[in-house]
Design a protein around this ligand. Sequence first.
Ligand code: IMP
Length: 183
Amino acid sequence: MHKDIAEILVSELEIKEICESLGKEITNDYKDKNPILVGLLKGCIPFMSDLSKKIELKVDIAYMSVSSYHGGINSSGDVKIKMDLDIPIHDRHVLIIEDIVDTGNTIVTIVELLMHRGAKSVEIVTLLDKPEGRLKPYEPKYIGRTIPKAFVVGYGLDYDEYYRNLPYVGILDPKVYSKKESN
Ligand code: IMP
């Protein structure tokens, strides 16, 4: 698995520091509230787990499963809800936990949907932001690290469902996908 990584972009130590710092900021910003943390499956899992432990508030935890990639390295632009929330969000402060924001298609669609359902506020915390990939304007409120436009895997992020269990985020060696993507 490690040999398919061309370069480590965010190390385990950096991820730990990001979780601590974002956790502190969120704890402070939401101090008199009890927000719902909504994780977008499956990529959010390691980040949701580590970040939520650094948020010192009573929070609800819920998940949604959405997809915009269908196995490749480019977003299809067509956001599908595969599994919906199991708790009502009306009148609640919602904090969406995302692994990466690229084109913005996923996040813009989900923010609009949750606002439409009557959330009091909807904000995004993303481990990674790829602003150069943006097709829809959206600036996440909480960003762990801004990265260049490269296809990355690890710490929840996958290529064809693999590499999610890498403990760091790295650039996938283009050799791994170039043959498949040109077919
Ligand atoms: P967006 O809708 O284009 O902003 O993309 C959001 C989703 O696409 C993320 O939640 C990821 O699942 C996936 N994605 C975007 N960039 C990458 C990447 O570099 N590696 C793996 N998945 C990515």
